[in-house]
Design a protein around this ligand. Structure first.
Ligand code: ADP
Length: 499
């Protein structure tokens, strides 16, 4: 392993932490209880800041502010063009502050700084440019009803949106949620993940500098069972959007149903197949399958975590995949050229190690890796298992870590059946040079996204979401707007139907 970069003394991140309070009604405020919680540096487990801990009372305050901003304006009553201008100004401000934001994101998440700077910040900006573009293009229809009536549909904002996001891509998840909600004229209470509260507070400050009126976007840092549950079950929240685990998704859906039946969109877990056919270019397939699994320390809901390889190319693929994993550079996310940082926290770290032990116990072959790296923080060696069988835990559960499972197949029909034999249906990768094979697989796989000869392509215009227990609804693209709009039919009798 390239452990040279795993230095004892962590590099000091080039950014200051300026915002640690809750953001309610345009003001940074302490939590009602006065409580704070520590946010940690995944490189060491040390505290990097103490953050105000929101609870039910803070959610109440935030929802009241969002309600007032919605009911009394100016946000929903501004012209759509004015809203669009604010979103654009915000995107430009974020672009200006990209370096600090990438540093803060890398610090709080343990992700490589270069990844945050080169892909996540540009994607964030792109997402807000995209949604700014939509803001003044949302409109209803004139409907030809069967009768003497003038019928129109009005596309109206729903109201106060509650949004709960995870820790693996705090900024990108912020953009997926906040962008469409604001473009449609809603107001928001956003609860960040307890592991990663920092960047949302930073960008929310920039949003206000860009002219966002107070109360339109409120940010509450805090824990799931307290702040998160209070938001999901709040009687005055009109819509809930959640990204996280399938287990928690079920909880919030139930809370929403038991309170005011607010509509819910869910983006949940996955166990995505990555299918490499016998006609694939092996070197390219190795690199792409490696990226599909190891990207972001393996902490992606859509990670290609079941690598199905045709038996004719299996052995060569395996040797090369193992060599690639062993070349993966792991270390301080602030060091140049680092591909993999630490896992987010001790809980995830222990969970991944448990799955590695389970793989070994179930008699999969451990090809490389298999344990922690270094003695500090939450680093895990890039791990590859071969001889993985469908019924093993490592082939069924979402591991959310740098653990690649390689499975063999010999028949297209068989691999389709096996790829679909999971409760998840988020994404799939297909690697083939045969267009008929690509077409067959992309239609047969029960997933929300099929990446053919590519993986993790996340442009703002491409919808994303899951089949089965991977979720409800789609985010990004034109589809995301439907989540944040009510459709009102307006029917008026016509005096002169003959026209
Ligand atoms: P993970 O296991 O990856 O941390 P979770 O689904 O638990 O994923 O967390 C995703 C988000 O859901 C976080 O913001 C977390 O605080 C929140 N959350 C966790 N439990 C609950 C809950 N009971 N009610 C509402 N939100 C929750």
């Amino acid at each position: 392993f390239s452990t040279a970069a795993l230095i004892e003394e962590p590099i000091t991140p080039p950014v200051q932490i300026n915002h640690t309070k809750l953001l309610i009604n345009g003001q940074f405020v302490d939590s009602a209880s006065g409580k704070t919680f520590p946010t940690l540096d995944p490189r060491t487990g040390d505290v990097i800041a103490h953050v105000a801990e929101g609870d039910a009372e803070d959610i109440n305050r935030a929802v009241s502010a969002a309600r007032k901003a919605f009911d009394e304006g100016p946000w929903p009553r501004m012209t759509a063009y004015e809203r669009s201008r604010i979103l654009l100004r915000f995107a430009d401000l974020v672009e200006k502050h990209s370096d600090e934001l990438a540093a803060l994101e890398a610090w709080n998440c343990g992700k490589p700084y270069e990844q945050a700077a080169k892909s996540e910040l540009p994607l964030f900006v792109r997402l807000f440019h995209y949604y700014a573009g939509w803001a003044d293009k949302i409109h209803g229809l004139t409907v030809p009803a069967d009768g003497p009536y003038d019928v129109q549909t009005l596309h109206e904002p729903i109201g106060v949106a509650g949004q709960i996001i995870p820790w693996n891509f705090p900024l990108v998840m912020f953009a997926w949620k906040v962008g469409p909600a604001l473009a449609c004229g809603n107001t928001i209470v956003l609860k960040t993940a307890e592991q990663t509260p920092l960047t949302a507070l930073y960008v929310a400050k920039l949003f206000h500098e860009a002219g966002l009126p107070p109360g339109v976007l409120n940010i509450v840092s805090g824990f799931g069972p307290t702040a998160g549950a209070a938001l999901a079950s709040h009687m005055d929240v009109d819509k809930l959007a959640f990204t996280g685990s399938t287990e928690t998704g079920k909880i919030v859906l139930e809370l929403a149903a038991k309170s005011n039946l607010k509509p819910v969109t869910l983006e949940l877990g996955g166990k995505s197949p990555f299918i490499i056919c016998e006609d694939a270019d092996i070197d390219k397939a190795v690199e792409l399958a490696h990226f599909a699994l190891f990207f972001n320390q393996g902490q992606c809901c859509c990670a290609g975590s079941r690598t199905f390889v045709h038996e004719r190319i299996h052995d060569e693929f395996l040797e090369k995949s193992k060599a690639r994993a062993m070349r993966r550079t792991v270390g301080d996310p602030f060091k140049k050229g680092i591909e993999q940082g630490p896992q987010i926290d001790t809980e995830q770290f222990e969970k991944v190690l448990r799955y590695i032990r389970s793989g070994i116990e179930s008699k999969a072959t451990l090809e490389c890796g298999g344990g922690r790296l270094g003695s500090k923080g939450f680093y895990i060696k890039p791990t590859v298992f071969s001889n993985v069988q469908d019924d093993m835990l490592i082939a069924k559960d979402e591991i959310f870590g740098p653990v690649q499972s390689i499975l063999k197949f010999n028949d297209l029909g068989d691999v389709i059946r096996r790829a679909n034999a999971t409760r998840y249906g988020l994404a799939a990768g297909v690697f083939t040079s045969n267009v008929d094979t690509a077409n067959t697989l992309s239609r047969a796989l029960k997933v929300g996204t099929v990446w053919v000869n590519c993986f993790d392509v996340f442009d703002a215009a491409i919808p994303f979401g899951g089949y089965k227990m991977s979720g409800i609804g789609r985010e990004k693209g034109i589809y995301s707007l439907h989540n944040y709009l009510q459709v009102k039919a307006v029917v008026t009798p016509l005096k002169s139907p003959a026209w």
